[in-house]
Design a protein around this ligand. Structure first.
Ligand code: SAH
Ligand code: MG
Length: 197
C-alpha cells in the first residue's frame, strides 16, 4: 500500500514525518471542525498533506517545502495517489513566500526555532474563527527537561525558542491556545472571533 511505502521511505531517509497519534489528532480535528482548506508549512515528502486530504474528500491543502529532494519526492507521492487537484505544492522558503488566500487551518510543522516568525507571517491568511496548529511542542521531550541536562548548545537553543513560542502563544490575546500531550506535543491556537466574548 502506498501510505506504508511513504512511511518506510521516511524511516529509511530520516524524514521527520508526523507520528501516527499526531496524524489521528489532525485528521479527527479536520473532520470535527469541518475544515475546508489548510495551509501547511513544512511538506517534507507530502505525508501529512496526503493524510489530511484522504480524511476529507473535498479538503484542499497548500503546502510549502524548501528542500528540493523532499519537494520532488512529495510531487511523486501526491501524483501516485492522484491528489494533484487537491494538494498544491510550493517549493520555497516559507519565510519568503507570500500567500494571498485565506485558510480555515494553518499547520506549522517546519523549523522549530522559527515558529514565531511563521505564526506572525501567516496569521494574516487565517479566517476568523480559524485555527493554527503547531507540531513538535515538546521536541522529543526535551522541552520538559532541565536545560542543564541538554549537552548540545544548538539543541538548547532550539528548546529555548520553543519555550519562547509557548510564552508567545499563551500571551497572545487574539487566540486561545491549548497544548496537547499527543505525539510530540501539539498546540492548537483558535483565533477569537472579533466582537465575540
Ligand atoms: N509535515 C510533514 C513533516 C515536515 S518535516 C509530515 O508530517 O509529513 C519539516 C519540514 O519542514 C522539512 O522537510 C524541512 O525541510 C521543512 N522546512 C523547515 N523550515 C522551512 C522553511 N522555512 N520553509 C519551508 N520548509 C521548511
Ligand atoms: Mg513535526
Amino acid at each position: 500500500m502506498m501510505i506504508k511505502e511513504i512511511r518506510e521511505y521516511a524511516k529509511e531517509n530520516k524524514v521527520p514525518i508526523m507520528q501516527p497519534e499526531g496524524i489521528d489528532f489532525l485528521t479527527t480535528f479536520i473532520i470535527k471542525h469541518q475544515i475546508k482548506n489548510v495551509l501547511e508549512i513544512g511538506t517534507a515528502i507530502g505525508y501529512s498533506a496526503i493524510m489530511m486530504s484522504l480524511c476529507s474528500p473535498t479538503l484542499k491543502v497548500t503546502t510549502i517545502e524548501r528542500d528540493e529532494e523532499r519537494y520532488l519526492e512529495a510531487i511523486k507521492n501526491i501524483k501516485k495517489l492522484n491528489l494533484e487537484n487537491r494538494i498544491t505544492l510550493i517549493f520555497n522558503d516559507a519565510l519568503k513566500t507570500k500567500i494571498n488566500e485565506k485558510y480555515d487551518l494553518i499547520f506549522i510543522d517546519a523549523a522549530k526555532a522559527q515558529n514565531i516568525k511563521f505564526f506572525e507571517l501567516f496569521e494574516r491568511n487565517l479566517n476568523e474563527g480559524g485555527f493554527i496548529i503547531t507540531d513538535n511542542m515538546y521536541f522529543h521531550g526535551l522541552v520538559k527537561k532541565n536545560e542543564k541536562e541538554i549537552k548540545s548548545r544548538n539543541v538548547r537553543g532550539i528548546v529555548r525558542k520553543i519555550k519562547d513560542y509557548i510564552t508567545f502563544l499563551k500571551e497572545n490575546e487574539n487566540y486561545n491556545t491549548t497544548i496537547y500531550e499527543i505525539g510530540d506535543g501539539i498546540a492548537v491556537s483558535e483565533k477569537k472571533v472579533k466582537g465575540g466574548v
